[in-house]
Design a protein around this ligand. Structure first.
Ligand SMILES: NC(=O)c1ccc[n+]([C@@H]2O[C@H](COP(=O)([O-])OP(=O)(O)OC[C@H]3O[C@@H](n4cnc5c(N)ncnc54)[C@H](OP(=O)(O)O)[C@@H]3O)[C@@H](O)[C@H]2O)c1
Length: 211
């Protein structure tokens, strides 16, 4: 699959590395594709990695990962110039501002992104743990859960397959994109625990009753 990664931060680099390692052609979409950060990433990955502008990568891709800062998300989406219409968009953003959620309870980043991209299928995923554990999560104490949300069941099926190929053994579908309100709040719980415990490699697991 041709995958565009929008935003060259830690999340974009980690997920891009994961897609490329699994044989997907992966293009980093950046405001400055010639920057040292982006070019080092392309060089490090080698085969399957390239870089481009937002509109170029959006037109080229079959699926996109939206991983800009929340403050940059609106302009990043605008810069894709409708190139994401008809495609799956995995939204990893958390709407953080001054250490808190800027929106929540009655709205979410996931719903906002879906409104910005009405002709795309937005699936919320990956936003509930550290970038370093989004690919090949390895927790000796249990199986972490990845919660996803989105309005398009077929898109969620594709994203579930991607998550499984990334090593996620427990993917829990919470329903429509409105449930991004819950996974973004869960990210806040994850951050709050991290600040109090001083650790950043924890993950969340859903324990189910015996069958
Ligand atoms: N870090 C984590 O472990 C983690 C975990 C879960 C969720 N998240 C969420 O994932 C997203 C990415 O987090 P991050 O830590 O990788 O990076 P980040 O520092 O939040 O920024 C990521 C990228 O956003 C792009 N960006 C910034 N301002 C922009 C603007 N005005 N217009 C367009 N693009 C802009 C930049 O890419 P270019 O310079 O290449 O354009 C930047 O490298 C955030 O929403 C964050 O809340 C992060």
């Amino acid at each position: 699959m041709r995958v565009a990664i929008i935003g060259s931060g830690q999340v974009g680099q980690a997920l891009g590395r994961g897609f490329a390692a699994r044989g997907h052609e992966t293009r980093m979409a950046s405001r400055d594709p010639a920057s040292q950060t982006v070019q080092s990433w392309v060089h490090e990955i080698g085969a399957n990695a390239s870089a481009g502008g937002h509109a170029d990568a959006a037109r080229w891709c079959e699926l996109a990962v939206l991983a800009p800062s929340w403050q940059g998300a609106a302009s990043a989406v605008t810069a894709t110039e409708d190139g994401l219409a008809g495609k799956i968009v995995i939204d990893v953003t958390n709407p953080l501002s001054d250490g808190a959620l800027a929106i929540g309870h009655s709205d979410s980043a996931g719903e906002t992104v879906q409104r910005w991209l009405p002709h795309s299928s937005v699936v919320k995923a990956f936003n509930i743990l550290n970038f370093a554990d989004m690919v090949d999560p390895d927790y000796p104490t249990g199986t972490p859960t990845m919660f996803i949300a989105g309005d398009d069941d077929a898109a969620k099926h594709v994203v579930t397959g991607i998550l499984e190929s990334f090593g996620w053994k427990d993917v829990d579908d919470l329903g429509g994109i409105q449930a991004a309100r819950l996974t973004e709040a869960l990210a806040m719980l994850w951050i709050t625990h991290g600040m109090r415990a001083g650790t950043w490699r924890h993950a969340i697991s859903l324990l189910r009753p015996r069958e």
